[in-house]
Design a protein around this ligand. Sequence first.
Ligand code: NAP
Length: 284
Amino acid sequence: MKTGFIGLGAMGAPMAGHLHARGLLTVVGNRTQAKADALAAELGVRAVVSAADYAECDLVVLCVSADADVLQNVQALSEVLKPGARVVDHSTVSAETAREAARILTARGIGFLDAPVSGGAEGARNGKLSIMVGGSESELDAVRPALEAYALRITHMGATGSGQCTKAVNQVLVAGINEAVCEGLAFGEKLGLDPAKLLPTLGAGAAGNWFLDKRGASMLRREYVPGFKCAHLLKDLNIVLGMAKAVGVSTSVIEHALADYARLVERGLGDADTSALIELKREG
Ligand code: NAP
């Protein structure tokens, strides 16, 4: 399976590396060309200069920033890929964007799966991502050997868009957990508790969770290296809010978190990790 990879950021670069380790990676592309050139040189694959360089790919994997980036790449790929090729999108975007991408590609006989991921940058580095997939099950079976290169779990959730719907639910939990952990740790600081004792004590009980485990120590050191950028969670929460309002469900957690990440982005912390939220909590 000749595979191309587009979007070589915190998630995409290590995922492309896992495909390379399995002998599947042929070409890599990225908006900022220097990143593609550097990874291509490191791995000994080709860096893409135009969409035509993907023409021979059986599979192209996307992990780009936002909805417009997905649709722009999908449009370009629809013009060069051969019928029977497949595109898998790991970016977090709306379910409607996934359906639009599928419409563009299937009109040309190209398969499409929306397959957002969870597990953070360390999940991408360790090859332990949870992948939530929407689209045809037979298309998923065809690309499974590639996805297994960086998956802890692959779940077929249903028709096109249901991967992104699952990710939207995931992001409500992520946003709420981040709020609670950042508020709790800021509270612990003000009470003068010893972080060396506080973190393992909380982690061993009912309050233990991924975010506390992976980001607790670094946020107490005031280090916010992404990880997962505040600007990306703000983008996700805007998508999630629209979806939640459309189906009619409480949006209090979503709206609170959305306002917080909007403030962080306004302060120039869009590229900081989402654990920078503790800065707002420290202000009281
Ligand atoms: P990132 O570090 O900002 O990387 C995004 C990459 O995509 C950058 O290298 C960027 O290029 C490239 N890109 C953006 N638009 C492009 C386009 N139109 N064409 C080609 N390349 C393009 O973001 P990330 O953290 O890897 O996240 C990527 C996606 O996965 C996002 O949708 C995010 O919400 C989602 N996600 C992230 C995490 C996480 O923990 N980080 C977890 C799950 C899901 P430049 O070099 O020009 O910026």
